[in-house]
Design a protein around this ligand. Structure first.
Ligand code: TYD
Ligand code: MG
Length: 437
């Protein structure tokens, strides 16, 4: 068979390899692929019948009442109050982040009331049992197999009829019907389609695990996300304790919630009061540090922002951000130079968001800017202060959503000064106070 190359971004197929995809112009995305399943050369004459459309308000909406809980409230909340029978969920995350651990814990909780099947192509049954023992699991309803052949997996699920089956991971399973190797676009897509069909016809809930690369792409095709009902991402810094479970697509619920866990020796623990935890190791009155409140879905979170400025000793000044967008940082530095008249041209600027969190909301601008100013001016921001707001290019502060919720969370944790676009209009007000402090 002729070798085909498929773009991992847009699925464009070509027989010639090139460094750049001729279709979407992405670089280094063409990967060897033996192409789709052959379609029969002599198609059968299809007999199709028209469907009778159903009156929507007479359709039973039972599926939502059949949801089953996992007893892990952070997980339940994120997925939409429990797992729906017949749904296919993709749990993606970097290798080593804790996907197998999380699903094992979910499996164990569900197994207290239902049959659960774990299918791992990566670990032996003994390895899974070992981890399960270590996590203190004891239910009789939890079963596991080590298998990577799709047909065997489908057959096993059909015959054992568990309430929930977990497949670890989609990149290692492969079908006999597809010639390309496991992890390739066509394998991953075909296997997912088959699993989806099984979920829908058998009403068994399936969770498949998918590895993503460092830059957040599913190793293999992005298109997988379109094939499933729900896409969950497990993220965080492997070297930090905190793990965030986020939903990026959900056919059955909202996409707003995040669940926060902590990786410990006994597995993942739910973090019920994340704000307090994130602030635990904070040093009061440190220069270059401040607290902001960010919204994760409908949940306000207090997070420490740190900045460090240092005179550049050689070449161009360095600007480094951990957990914050670098371009955004450059803009904030420019605003500080122009409107607050801080001379940062010969300063290296480093920004760090504590706890491995990523601040993507514009509301974090003001806190990052203040932390930089605090470090540069060597003046601490008083420890009972919360700072948030979007910074505009003219040095003005712009309002952000959920002001009341943010305020409540800050007050709950004992912060008395809230500096936000509700209280000030320009960034210079805070800088002037810092300078004269
Ligand atoms: P794992 O669930 O295997 O990650 P993934 O399936 O996403 O690749 O777990 C990853 C890490 O978690 C592993 O390096 C060890 C750590 N870990 C703990 O710290 N405590 C625990 O109780 C467990 C089970 C794992
Ligand atoms: Mg794993």
């Amino acid at each position: 068979m002729k070798t085909l190359y498929a773009c991992q971004e847009c699925n464009f197929e070509t027989t010639n390899w090139s460094g750049k995809c001729p279709n979407c112009e992405a670089w280094n995305t063409l990967a060897e692929d033996t192409g789709p399943r052959p379609i029969s050369k002599t198609p059968r004459k299809l007999q199709v019948k028209a469907q009778t459309p159903q009156q929507l308000n007479s359709v039973s909406t039972q599926e939502h009442t059949q949801k089953f809980s996992t007893n892990i409230s952070e997980f339940d909340r994120v997925i939409g109050d429990g797992i729906i029978p017949g749904s296919l969920t993709l749990l993606s995350g970097e290798p080593g982040i804790g996907k197998s651990t999380l699903t094992l814990q979910v499996a164990n909780e569900v197994a207290k009331n239902h049959n659960v099947l774990l299918i791992s192509g990566e670990e032996s049954v003994a390895q899974i049992a070992n981890r399960s023992n270590r996590l203190g699991h004891t239910t009789d309803n939890l079963h596991a197999i080590n298998e990577f052949n799709l047909e065997t997996i489908l057959e096993t699920i059909k015959t054992t009829k568990p309430k929930l089956a977990i497949i670890d991971s989609i990149q290692v399973i492969s079908s006999l019907n597809i010639t390309s190797s496991s992890g390739s676009i066509s394998q991953v897509r075909y296997c997912t389609e088959q699993l989806m069909e099984l979920a829908k016809t058998s009403n068994i809930a399936l969770i498949i695990i998918g590895h993503v690369t460092k830059d957040g792409n599913l190793a293999g095709p992005r298109t997988l996300e379109h094939l499933v009902d729900t896409v969950m991402q497990f993220e965080g810094d492997r070297f930090q304790q905190f793990r965030m479970l986020r939903v990026v697509k959900n056919r059955f619920g909202s996409c707003n919630e995040i669940g926060i866990f902590q990786m410990e020796n006994e597995g993942l623990k739910e973090v019920t009061n994340p704000s307090a935890q994130f602030l635990e190791e904070r040093k009061p009155n440190a220069i270059g540090s401040t607290i902001t409140v960010t919204m994760e879905g409908t949940r306000p979170l207090l997070i420490e922002v740190q900045a460090l400025t240092n005179t550049t000793t050689f070449g161009y000044p360095k600007r480094t951000a951990n957990g914050f967008d670098l371009n955004r940082l450059q803009i904030l530095i420019a605003v500080l130079e122009k409107y607050a008249k801080l001379n940062l041209q010969n300063q290296d600027v480093f920004v760090n968001i504590v706890g491995g969190m990523k601040l993507k909301e514009p509301s974090a601008d003001f806190a990052v800017l203040s932390a930089i100013a605090s470090s540069f001016l060597k003046k601490p921001i008083s420890p009972d202060t919360i700072i948030y707001g979007e910074v505009g290019l003219s040095g003005e502060l712009r309002k952000v959503t959920h002001h009341e919720k943010r305020k409540q969370e800050a007050t709950k944790l004992g912060f008395t000064k809230i500096i936000s676009p509700e209280t000030e209009k320009e960034i210079t007000q805070l800088i002037t106070r810092l300078k004269s402090a």
